[in-house]
Design a binder for this molecule. Structure first.
Ligand SMILES: *Cc1c(COP(=O)(O)O)cnc(C)c1O
Length: 411
């Protein structure tokens, strides 16, 4: 058997024109001039729309698709998504303000996250959105803030389930966690919600992220539905909404394959039948961040130096870890692997070399590509990091080393 080096999934969502990557119908070099600076992030609105269309065609009609805003909270992106998804899930007051600037109906917006401050809870109540309560204290505080504001508090219970999402990049359920109320304490939380007269909406069960395995997603989803069915008799009102999380992953690294959405769709059809049979009119919600926007965005920086150190080529750029922590391998990765990276204005070049791409920061962590096969590049060329539409700019330490900021455009 021949051993082949694992490759990145081809980034064939983009066209090439005269050697140059095209995004939003604009060649990259022209886009750079139009923006007037590098580094920048560019997000393609058509690719975002196409992704939602694909989800709708593969998943049962009953499934409500929500966007998890922390993946990419750029206001223009959120505006665009407001017209095509069914709801927003957010995790801060600032994200809520961005969501409320759109046409999204407030009863399709929910706020999760530990440590919500009293003012944040009051703001959520005033806006009429649903708060996913993460603790007993938060439930009590919701009652206090509801009295203060003079409006009812819509509350869903975020459950920390006993199960976890297998083969997931980042686990957020199972075992002791800062997220949600432990499954075994949920009946007590429901009693408290009833005593305090809060408006019970349903459950939020989120157990992980970045999963490429359809079978493990299906297993976790069905466990979440089973859990809601078991808790049904303890609820102070019917379960209007059941948010079973998301976790749909995208391929970032060599050897990773895209999630089999057909398989996810098939298992969700069975799941929807079970929900209607056992829970009645409950709406089933999934919340996706990176799956909706991650593959629709690129990070672009410019090569400002090319040097040779003891035989190894280094391409030094005007941005790196400070704008794109994840691509540098420092956003929760255990072993550093290269993101799909290329030279965006030299795509058809025949000359290939092994080079490392490093950012301008005075730290060896600032590495965008480690000894990758790349088109031979020089000063002024544009480095493109693919799969950058989620957890990019706002998930990076932009202040580190006081370098210039990156800008974001939706094209
Ligand atoms: C981060 C987060 C998401 C989004 O995760 P993705 O991997 O981007 O899809 C969804 N729900 C909750 C509660 C989250 O914290």
């Amino acid at each position: 058997m021949t051993r082949t080096t694992p490759q990145h999934v081809p980034m064939n969502q983009y066209r090439t024109e005269n050697n140059c990557l095209v995004i939003g119908n604009t060649p990259l070099d022209i886009l750079a001039h139009r923006i007037g600076q590098t580094p920048f992030y560019a997000y393609d609105r058509n690719l975002i729309s196409q992704r939602v269309t694909t989800l709708r065609s593969k998943l049962p009609d009953q499934v409500h698709i929500h966007y998890a805003m922390k993946a990419n909270p750029m206001p223009a992106v959120v505006q665009h998504l407001a017209g095509i998804v069914d709801g927003f899930d957010l995790a801060s007051h600032q994200e809520m303000l961005v969501a409320l600037d759109t046409t999204m109906s407030t009863d399709q917006i929910s706020m999760a996250g530990p440590g919500k401050r009293p003012q944040e809870l009051a703001a959520a109540i005033a806006a009429g959105i649903t708060v996913n309560a993460e603790s007993f204290n938060e439930i009590e505080q919701l009652a206090i803030q509801s009295d203060r504001v003079g409006l009812p508090a819509n509350v869903a219970v975020r459950i920390n389930p006993a199960f976890e999402l297998k083969s997931s990049g980042m686990k957020m359920g199972g075992g002791p966690k800062q997220f949600g109320i432990d499954e075994e304490s949920v009946p007590d939380a429901l009693v408290k919600i009833k005593q305090l007269g809060l408006n019970f909406i349903g459950f939020h069960i989120y157990s992980g992220s970045q999963n490429l395995n359809a079978a493990s997603i299906a297993e976790t989803q069905s466990q979440a539905v089973d859990l809601a069915i078991r808790l049904q008799s303890d609820c102070p009102a019917p379960i209007a909404k059941l948010n079973i999380g998301g976790g749909f992953g995208i391929p970032y690294f060599p050897g990773e394959k895209p999630l089999d959405l057909n398989q996810v769709g098939d298992s969700m059809a069975t799941l929807c039948d079970r929900v209607s049979a056992e829970l009645g009119k409950t709406s089933l919600i999934i919340e996706l961040g990176r799956y909706i926007v991650g593959e629709a965005g690129i990070y672009v920086c410019k090569i400002v130096d090319r040097k040779l150190s003891r035989g190894q080529v280094f391409l030094v750029t005007d941005g790196g870890l400070n704008h794109h922590l994840a691509a540098s391998g420092n956003f929760g990765q255990i072993i550093r692997k290269n993101y799909p990276v290329t030279i965006g204005n030299k795509l058809s070049t025949q000359q290939i070399e092994t080079a490392s791409i490093v950012g301008p920061l005075c730290t060896p962590l600032d590495l965008l590509a480690d000894k990758m096969q790349l088109p031979v590049a020089d000063i002024g060329d544009l480095v493109v990091v693919f799969q950058s539409g989620a957890y990019g700019l706002t998930a990076s330490p932009g202040m580190f080393l006081s370098q210039p900021e990156a800008v974001e455009v939706l094209v």
